[in-house]
Design a protein. Structure first.
Lengths: 397, 397
């Protein structure tokens, strides 16, 4: 008995049958004596369909109007889910972000939640209603609708959990938890019962697309207990929290990220400030850089290589060609980043060596290396990625 | 130069091409130096599609959730229309009912507007923006979304025109104005340049489905000048206002209404209070009655006949059978109501006679007659309706 926040993604509510199944999960939780607030995304392909509709009319619509349009998807699915719960005979009300009072900044299409008012939510819960909230949206100081960007509904759920001091925030997905590696690739991957916020953050940023990073950061900040679980199987998932039971494992997981391009700027002058200039330029253009490698070039010059997210490739190349007209700029989209993550590795020196040995044993060449306190990433040829992931996984886990 | 409210219905914004045409009408008005607020309905069949989706999940969803769902249709079309105007290079913003502050009562699915706040609208207009408003919706005192029922977007447009004291409120439709009769039936029907609110009200309630009654009532109350015009042809439409130039015509228009059923209760006791009992019973069940005829039956009884809207037929029959188990109850769905409307007839005694003569000349039998100060209606066999309409039209106009 407690207050439980549940979040259901777009594929969990894609059609009438799935909406009814989600209604069943929610009402089962309610019947057990819990207060329930559910957060819901737009149905299936709704968001993509709306974007396509917009682009038929205007190739580059303002983000303000795009948010106005897209937010209808979550409002509709919240209403439909509420209707399914009404049909089961339970008291329910659906709410949009402005009705709840989810305020955000004004960065349309990628806004950050500033505050979640709890009055309306508490009033509905006090009346013993199940509350269905439209995810992915906020309202800024001008009373305009914003959307929260990729994975925004996860963030909505965590923010509501924080505001209401909920006992747990359950994120229902296609998978039944967080695995030590993608089970479709590594046959021996196993599900984790628990994982720390930091480990989850590293895994999420490495391409294990279970939870969006912003929601995990928010959960960490407000100490919200998260659980990643399946909307199809009624079994325990993976709990994400501050302290986990020690599982005697160096490595929590192995992840692969294909959304990456290597770019190299060749023959830069070997003087101070060169790297600074290059990366400020990219920063000014909102291009995030991940792994960086600087090497000695020919004739006393230096080469700088780095990786960017694939969808930033073109803008990065445009910016570089304009600012470095005299340098050769190369890029490679056929790369993958494979990483091991685990808070256990902080106190263990042999992790990198063991990882490189595993890669060597299956003949995979390492292009770039990057390390942090709890992860090691390598950039390799994309065709080697699955082989590499499985070899590393089996070496550690 | 002035402030012009424009309203575009669902078929005017059914697809990308039509939205672009509407954007052209709006920006042409803006370019001529006017402030413009446009009110828009949901695209084409959106509302029907949403209703169908809801019924897949719940055959009888609450009206509160239905309004939450349906209001997304207008929000989406407002955003899309704003994008089309952005594409033409004009400053624009789209607004929902809660952003504007269109408050209503809490009668979900058929709410009445209580007030339109003008602050946000004026702020946007002061910044020389074109404003696109989602029609058909309001927000009640609980911050819940309501919808305004049939023709609700017309009402939104008139209410905004009243709040902003606009110079004119133009309702764009499939037709290019109000005609003296349905031009598809009466070949000699002609378009009116002007018509009074009262005449428009009578015509609307008689089945000339150009404007919804509630919007005309509101326009009359706040003296809003309305113009019904075409979204396809750039020609003057019909202006609806308080005083019209005398056109030396007894009759403004002739209308036909097929949405009508005659019901008769036979053999009622001939004592005081019989009619009162019958019609209070129907009123309690929200069944509106139109033409009423009482006649002497056999053996000192009386028969009462009346007409109801076709969609009320079944419930009216159910109610009557329950309360009058010993009376014969007959009904006829194959009837039409044909009416002449015109404020000129108040001071002219010959109108009824002329109308009946026209019907006689084409051999149409009159079943029931009803008159008001500015209209005369007759109930006739539905198969005679078009013939009757044309004969009456040509006799007067």
């Amino acid at each position: 008995m407690g207050l439980i926040i549940q979040k259901f993604g777009g594929s969990s509510v894609a059609d009438a049958e799935r909406i009814r199944r989600v209604a069943g999960i929610i009402t089962d939780t309610y019947k057990s004596g819990n207060d329930v607030v559910a957060v819901v995304s737009a149905q299936g392909d709704t968001t993509d369909d709306l974007i396509e509709k917009a682009h038929e009319i205007n190739e580059k619509p303002s983000k303000r109007e795009m948010d106005m349009l897209l937010s209808t998807g979550e409002q509709a699915s919240a209403a439909l889910l509420a209707m399914a719960i009404e049909d089961l005979g339970y008291p329910v009300t659906s709410l949009t972000a402005w009705q709840i009072g989810i305020t955000s900044d004004s960065k349309y299409s990628n806004a950050r939640i500033k505050q979640v008012a709890d009055e309306r939510l508490r009033r509905e819960l006090d009346q013993h209603k199940i509350v269905i909230c439209a995810g992915f949206q906020g309202v800024n100081k001008y009373d305009d609708i914003t959307t929260l960007g990729r994975g925004g509904s996860d963030t909505t759920a965590v923010a509501i959990a924080a505001a209401l001091r909920a006992d747990i925030c359950k994120i229902y997905t296609d998978v039944d938890g967080v695995y030590t590696a993608d089970p479709r690739i590594a046959k021996n991957a196993r599900k984790l019962n628990e994982i720390t916020y930091d480990e989850m953050l590293e895994l999420a940023s490495l391409g294990a697309q279970v939870l969006c990073n912003r929601s995990v950061e928010l959960a960490k900040k407000y100490r919200v207990n998260l659980e990643v679980c399946s909307s199809f199987k009624q079994i325990p998932g993976t709990v994400v929290k501050e302290d986990v039971k020690v599982e005697k494992m160096l490595i929590t997981g192995v992840a692969k990220d294909n959304n990456v391009t290597r770019i190299s700027v060749i023959g830069l002058e070997d003087v101070p400030g060169v790297a600074f200039k290059l990366f400020s330029l990219l920063g000014q253009n909102n291009i995030n850089v991940d792994i960086i490698l600087q090497s000695i070039g020919r004739h006393g010059t230096k080469d700088i290589s780095f990786t960017v997210a694939s969808d930033n490739t073109q803008i990065a190349l445009d910016v570089l060609h304009e600012s470095y007209p005299n340098n050769v700029i190369t890029y490679d989209e056929n790369v993958s980043k494979v990483s091991v993550v685990g808070s256990g590795m902080q106190s263990n020196a042999g992790v990198a060596a063991k990882m490189f040995e595993a890669l060597y044993s299956v003949g995979v060449n390492i292009q770039m290396i990057s390390t942090s306190e709890i992860k090691i990433s390598v950039l390799i040829d994309r065709s080697d990625a699955n082989k590499a992931l499985e070899a590393i996984h089996d070496a550690f886990i």
